[in-house]
Design a protein around this ligand. Structure first.
Ligand code: FE2
Ligand code: FE2
Length: 390
């Protein structure tokens, strides 16, 4: 399944000025959200650095066709699979229509939260609007490159087939793999790439990482989901996303308690104390999740709870990743860490809360957990097996 995003904006400048500005890729961070830097390696190769949901990412993009005053087309060469084109069409001598077509292949998180598509679409719209403000605000572009790339190639709008080299290479969150994205509308592509790279189901099944990799990847995914939730203004989509956050966090906490905390108790000095501290924080997180499930997504308190949850979780994740995980790696044999990681992955795959790609979240939760208040408790009972014994 692929996802297409199309949008356009009319800018109040002649086509040559709009096009010239667009060729100044290194200027993109000035008007594209989340893009930190762009380096033009050659006329057709670009290296991008962006921040997506607080995670730094780098990628390369190849321009497959560029025609002055008409078109810039790109395809990914590695990482998250995406491709697209930006077209420039004169409306009259002083106005230009800038049209974007972007296609990408969602994985993991994107498939499980259809809402992410909304975020990518909004990012594309916002970036085009910022481009319009940027170019209309100045008399002359900051530069211009009038060369051709592949003149006469007429590749149309490259689809994800053109980015086949990047297929199945989405990498893991936080390690800056060669995540690829488009040369244009970098913000939208970065969101798509970032979400896709945060964790794919394939990686969960075949990743073979140790337990620290598995849990760190969970943390990145949940942090990214919370960032999407904080930006969501539609109450129904916010409700669905919140339910997904609840399920992911309960699933993560329960698997830590069942499979990881016993190892911390056994192998770390003062392990009992560390576990008791962690469990206290899990309780705090869980009570915020209970507030979140009761909160009206259209009401003012909903986003307050999301904000509090973000803060508590950020602290808890920092404790685990900075203090406990390095100690686990230092004190537990690597093979045992991989074995614990496999146990966590197995438990997560069997967990009844695991969203199935393509299943609408609301329906999923009604089927698996029943509607209404009590979701956190019911999920915990199912995951720990308590529900089977009562
Ligand atoms: Fe935890
Ligand atoms: Fe954790």
């Amino acid at each position: 399944m692929t996802t297409k995003v199309q949008d356009e904006v009319t800018v109040e400048v002649p086509v040559n000025l709009a096009y010239n500005q667009w060729t100044q890729f290194e200027e993109f961070p000035r008007f594209m959200d989340g893009v930190l830097s762009v380096d033009q390696i050659t006329d057709s190769r670009l290296h991008w650095v962006a921040e997506v949901a607080g995670v730094r990412r780098e990628w390369d993009a190849e321009i497959v066709e560029q025609q002055p005053d008409r078109k810039v087309a790109w395809a990914a060469t590695g990482g998250a699979t995406n491709a697209g084109a930006v077209y420039f069409e004169p409306v009259d001598p002083g106005r230009t229509r800038v049209r974007l077509e972007l296609e990408y292949e969602p994985e993991g998180l994107v498939e499980r939260t259809g809402n992410a598509l909304g975020l990518v679409k909004r990012q594309a719209k916002d970036d085009l609007a910022r481009f319009k403000a940027f170019i209309e605000d100045r008399d002359v572009p900051t530069g211009g490159w009038r060369g051709d790339v592949a003149p006469g190639a007429s590749v149309g709008t490259p689809g994800i087939d053109a980015a086949a080299a990047s297929s199945g290479d989405s990498g893991k969150a936080g390690v800056s793999p060669k995540v690829a994205a488009g040369a244009a509308v970098a913000g939208a592509a970065a969101v798509a790439a970032g979400l896709a790279a945060s964790r794919s189901d394939d990686e969960q099944v075949t990743g073979g990482g140790d337990v620290v990799d598995v849990l760190t990847s969970d943390h990145a995914e949940i942090t990214a989901l919370l960032a999407v939730l904080r930006a969501e203004s539609d109450p129904q989509r916010a409700r669905d996303l919140a339910d997904t956050v609840i399920a992911e966090l309960v699933r993560h906490s329960v698997s830590e308690e069942m499979h990881v905390y016993p190892a911390i108790r056994k192998h770390l000095p003062a392990g009992d104390q560390a576990v008791e501290h962690d469990i206290e924080e899990h309780k705090e997180i869980e009570s915020l999740l209970e507030e979140l499930e009761k909160a009206d997504a259209a009401g003012p308190e909903f986003h307050d709870v999301v904000q509090q949850l973000t803060q508590v979780l950020d602290d808890h994740v920092a404790d685990e990743e900075r203090e406990q995980f390095p100690q686990l790696r230092a004190r537990i044999p690597a093979a045992e860490l991989v074995e614990i990681g496999a146990r966590v992955e197995r438990a997560q795959r069997l967990a009844p809360t695991r969203p199935h790609p393509g299943t609408p979240n609301a329906k999923l939760f009604h089927v698996l957990a029943g509607p209404g208040v009590g979701l956190v408790d019911r999920l915990r009972d199912r995951l720990t097996g308590r529900a089977d014994n009562t």
